[in-house]
Ligand binder design. Structure first.
Ligand code: FES
Ligand code: FES
Length: 158
């Protein structure tokens, strides 16, 4: 089968790889780079468990063909912690009880990060809208919204 060369920057690190063109960014992250934080919940853009940032924008990586990620910058949940310290979002999710089974959590964290990078002081409605594509079967969402508000405060040093 035909193969293509792809260059990616993932969590600040550069990768060059060769792959059949019909694979998704999610598959390459998980299978080739060993970054298994992004989850495959539905493979069809319905659940948000595979959310990563592509040039700062939250995307469903199960819908991104690897060729269209060529030359772009990707952030995954593995890149959130810095120097062994959890990101304020990770801390707040744990403290507010926003993690239960955890399957949706990496995607939620990345969708929330994309929001807070753009809007440091979102109201509840804006958080709900930003996370609308991310499904959680466990928490009922309220604790997730609280956690995002808490992290936003910490990031604003309030
Ligand atoms: S696995 Fe991508 S949206 Fe569900
Ligand atoms: S914590 Fe289980 S799906 Fe969200």
């Amino acid at each position: 089968m035909q193969r293509i060369q792809v260059s990616l920057k993932v969590n600040g690190k550069k990768y060059r790889l060769e792959t059949p063109p019909n694979r998704t960014l999610l598959e390459v992250l998980r299978e080739d780079l060993g970054l298994t934080g992004a989850k495959d919940g539905c493979s069809s853009g319905e659940c948000g468990a595979c959310t990563v940032l592509l040039d700062g924008r939250a995307v469903n990586s199960c819908l991104v063909l690897i060729g269209s990620a060529d030359g772009h910058s990707i952030e995954t949940v593995e890149g959130l912690q810095k120097a062994g310290m959890p990101h304020p979002l990770q801390k707040a999710f744990v403290e507010k009880g926003a993690v239960q089974c955890g399957f949706c959590t990496p995607g939620m964290l990345m969708a929330a990060k994309a929001l807070l990078d753009q809007n440091p002081k979102p109201d509840e409605e804006q958080i709900r809208t930003a996370l609308a594509g991310n499904l959680c079967r466990c928490t009922g969402y309220t604790k997730i919204i609280d956690a995002v508000q808490e992290a936003a405060k910490e990031l604003r040093y309030e």
